[in-house]
Design a protein around this ligand. Structure first.
Ligand code: TRP
Ligand code: ZN
Length: 885
């Protein structure tokens, strides 16, 4: 808990460290009721900071100091100063050695930061500022050191003792204990430190690198999960090969380890040579993990592996530069997943996520730039903006430079900065220098928050055969930033003729044509581009693949959108046209509901969906994506004031109308695909993901009709399938149906069968928490009493509370404010033992500006109540106070 007034930290105040730590020698003695940490730090004055010897100020929190010495001489009280967060002393020379011993309590660490216990194993999470809860240190990413770590523990309970780097020695100890020493030859900041001790089993494999070195690969899990590691191992080997082929990056240690833990605040952590994962991002097997979970494991394994270069070999100077490693690494893992699966489907999923969640963050009280310029608690800045928008910024660089130019830039970046702690400016500089480019204006993407609008208008001159597109960009104000300067917005586009053919693109003033798809860079507040030799009035296909994270508007009518859905050469934009058509149609129904008129669905949507369902030549995954109506959360994000009930009613009305009108083709596609599933074994590959996704979305529509043959099919799928993808969908559609007896029976059978698998029980909690049927809050409260539920496990909190507040919008936003009160109570409770999780669960309440006056008042009242509830962590304090400001 916070005992000092929370302080805002500013990027502009950055100063290089006064001292450096060349070597760090750690010894951990792990016991059941405490742990002793001995640290020897070989230090020197930072030559870059000039002459003189300022006091040495080490970070340290919740540490019990047992002994301290300087150059071998014990220091007495009075030789140093201790506060809640620091230890200061006065060095006597340029080079010196500090020895400290502290006692800590991992066994009662519920914040899951620093050294803690997950079940019976010890593990660490040091990013961003967790290492200071382990020992006194310069806990900042620009202090890089060579680490040697010795771990000692009871042999029987903790047969496996791991840390970063290579194992160099081990042996028995008195009293049934043993020890192991690990040495990491690479300089690293403390946030990449890791330690694990437990009774773990591993699957092992090897990888031969591009220079023919053999690397040992190990995935450590609790014994009961040893059969669920192969997919992660396959993903790891694919990632290692991909990084060699696409970025020329080779792995650098002799061993690479992944450890799965059940209690983890985030997805996973890229500690050097010893990645620690939330078990939800490692374990995957057909009968317990869905297709989405398999893809998530593949993506997260890749993400953490890729950090070995983008994050570890080249790290961040300070935490304002977080997107330097996260934005770049998200971009790298997204491209990897696109190469391993369907590129278009991956992009559609990422864009839908960005536009729903990151755009909402950018429009709310916590809006910040990709490189923020201030924060109170850095843990609050592991955000959609830093990760997802940061990745979009790197994607735009790739779009502007082309594949070769981008690779030249990344090669220069890695070569120039290997072993250094650097900034986003250094990254851009490498991209500029390698290409002779000037990204001065482009860099505004790093400093200006908010989602730019891009309004486009057209003018066709039939006589001159010219077609002019005019772009107007603007960006709404965000907290602390009222005026915004124009961005560089790369717009990938094409033009379609009346027969749907792609027209050749030739810009006025350019000698050569640019082919049928091109990228233009909009750099001014208002700017026009004229295409010449345009023989007919074209229809533009704009911002293909979402080539920039902006909100585009062009006055398409519904017939034009239907045309683009069928004819656009760009698959992503065919989906996008379908989404825009759905949005227009749904907004019309929302209006009907609000004015008390009878609801009527534009039949063009039915026709468009029918065309998709009856064309068996289309990619099934694309059909499934295109049949998915925009989510309630997305419809909320694009509303000026979101009418929760109208949005829900309109979307459900449309789903019911579509299900009734398209019953026959939906039933045919369902049965075709279920037939294949029934007669083949589960395979975790793109074409099979595609087939099951169409099968499952078809089932979810069909079930709305309530027909007995659909119920029978659903129950058959539930009982007879061999995989979690089909089983969980069958369960979810039952849960959302009115078939009470079948629903209760399936829920009970599922819980009984999977009661010993916490990750599967998370799914069971989520499908119920997300059900929009009336009485949602009551169901969630009852589920909190279930023996498999605990607030101490972040996955459980996310599965039940997160799914309720984030996905079950009608129930959470219940007009009586009961959902808000419930969430606020929970945040107050969570604040007491896990501030990071408490702060993250708060996000839905920070979106109060989107709702009507009465809901706004209720939401703000709950934020006020949290603020007044007593000792707040800096995490929760920052989010609540900024939300109310
Ligand atoms: N660096 C991690 C990643 O993106 C993020 C992370 C893992 C993290 N655990 C954390 C951030 C705990 C803050 C707190 O891969
Ligand atoms: Zn990351």
């Amino acid at each position: 808990m916070r005992t000092e007034q929370p302080k805002m930290i500013y990027l502009k105040d950055y100063q290089a460290p006064d001292y450096l730590i060349d070597e760090t020698h750690l010894t951990f003695e792990l016991f059941e009721d405490h742990t002793l940490v001995h640290a020897q730090l070989v230090m020197r004055r930072n030559p870059a900071r000039g002459a003189g010897l300022p006091p040495l100020v080490l970070d340290g929190q919740e540490l019990e100091l047992l002994s301290l010495s300087l150059d071998g001489k014990t220091l007495e009280e009075g030789d140093y100063q201790l506060s809640d967060s620091h230890l200061s002393l006065q060095p006597a020379g340029d080079s010196f050695v500090i020895d400290s011993s502290v006692r800590i309590h991992p066994e009662s660490n519920t914040a899951l930061e620093g050294l803690y216990k997950s079940g019976s194993m010890f593990c660490t999470q040091c990013e961003a500022e967790g290492f200071r809860k382990i020992t006194y240190y310069l806990d900042r990413p620009d202090v890089m050191s060579k680490f040697t770590t010795t771990v000692s523990a009871e042999q029987h309970k903790y047969p496996v003792l791991l840390s970063n780097g290579n194992p160099i020695a081990s042996g028995p100890e008195d009293g049934g204990r043993h020890w192991a020493t690990w040495e990491d030859p690479f300089m690293k900041p403390a946030y990449l430190f890791a330690l694990v001790a437990g009774d773990l089993w591993a699957i092992e494999d090897t990888f031969e690198t591009m220079s023919q070195r053999e690397v040992a690969l190990r995935i450590y899990v609790e014994p009961e999960n040893i059969d669920k590691c192969q997919h992660a191992m396959d993903s790891l080997k694919k990632s290692m090969r991909w990084d060699e082929e696409v970025y020329g990056r080779e792995y650098d240690l002799d061993i690479f380890m992944i450890v799965a833990v059940n209690d983890f605040n985030m997805g996973a952590m890229e500690n050097k040579g010893l990645n620690i994962f939330n078990s939800s991002c490692v374990l995957a097997k057909a009968d317990t993990a869905t297709d989405a979970a398999h893809q998530r494991v593949e993506g997260v394994v890749a993400h953490e592996y890729f950090h070995n270069w983008s994050g570890n070999r080249v790290t961040c100077r300070d935490w304002f530069q977080l997107s330097l490693k996260e934005g770049f690494t998200v971009y790298r893992d997204a491209e990897f997943s696109a190469d391993m699966n369907s590129r278009t489907v991956k992009r559609i999923e990422d864009v839908a996520y960005l536009r729903t969640h990151q755009f909402a963050e950018d429009a709310g009280p916590m809006a910040h730039a990709v490189r923020p310029d201030s924060f109170i608690e850095i843990s609050n800045f592991y955000t959609l903006t830093v990760y997802e928008k940061g990745s979009e910024v790197v994607r735009m660089l790739h779009t502007l430079l082309g594949n070769e130019g981008f690779r030249k830039g990344s090669d220069l970046y890695f070569e120039r900065h290997d072993g250094q702690a650097v900034t986003c400016d250094d990254f851009i500089k490498a991209m500029e220098d390698a290409n002779g480019a000037d990204f001065t204006q482009f860099k505004r993407w790093y400093s200006q928050a908010g989602t730019p609008r891009l309004q486009v208008s057209e003018a066709y001159d039939a006589a001159a055969k010219t077609y002019t597109l005019t772009f107007r960009q603007s960006c709404p104000p965000t907290p602390g930033q009222t005026e915004k300067l124009p961005f560089v917005i790369p717009v990938e586009l094409g033009l379609l003729g009346a027969q749907g053919q792609a027209l050749t693109l030739k810009l006025a003033g350019e000698g050569a044509a640019r082919g049928e798809s091109t990228v233009i860079a909009v750099t001014e507040a208002e700017q026009s581009f004229t295409f010449v030799d345009v023989a007919e009035q074209p229809l533009p296909s704009l911002l293909r693949g979402l080539s920039a994270p902006v909100k585009l508007s062009f006055p398409y009518n519904r017939d034009q959108l239907m045309f683009l859905m069928q004819h656009d050469a760009d698959g992503f934009n065919r989906w996008e046209a379908g989404q825009q058509l759905s949005v227009q149609v749904l907004q019309e129904v929302i209006g009907q509901h609000q004015s008390g008129a009878a609801l009527a669905l534009d039949q063009r949507l039915v026709t468009a969906f029918e065309t998709l369902l009856t064309d068996d030549s289309l990619d099934q995954a694309m059909v499934a994506e295109m049949l998915s109506l925009p989510s309630e959360a997305y419809l909320t994000e694009i509303s000026e004031v979101a009418d929760v009930d109208a949005i829900h009613t309109a979307r459900e009305f449309a789903r019911n109308e579509l299900a009734t009108a398209l019953y026959a083709p939906l039933w045919r596609r369902y049965q075709q695909n279920r037939e294949v599933s029934r007669n083949s074994e589960y395979v975790a590959q793109a074409e099979h993901f595609a087939r099951r996704s169409l099968q499952n979305i078809a089932l979810s529509y069909l079930m709305l009709t309530g027909k007995p043959e659909v119920l029978a099919a659903c129950l058959e799928q539930y009982d007879a399938c061999d995989n979690m993808t089909e089983r969980l969908t069958a369960l979810a559609v039952l849960v959302n149906s009115g078939f009470e007896a079948e629903k209760a029976k399936a829920l009970a059978a599922f819980a009984e069968h999977f009661k010993d698998n916490p990750l599967v029980m998370d799914q069971w909690f989520s499908v119920q928490a997300a059900s929009a049927l009336p009485g949602g809050l009551g169901r969630v409260k009852a589920l909190m009493e279930h023996p498999a539920f605990t607030l101490k496990n972040p996955n459980k909190v996310r599965a039940l509370i997160g799914a309720f507040a984030g996905q079950n919008l009608v129930n959470f936003h219940s007009a009586d404010g009961s959902g808000y009160r419930f969430l606020a109570d929970l945040v107050i409770t969570l604040n007491g033992f896990n501030p990071q999780i408490a702060s993250r669960q708060l996000a839905p309440l920070t979106r109060w500006r989107k709702y009507d006056a009465s809901r706004q008042a209720l939401m703000k009242a709950e934020l006020e109540r949290i603020l007044a509830s007593g000792e707040l962590s800096s995490d929760v304090y920052e989010v609540v106070s900024k939300s109310l400001a």
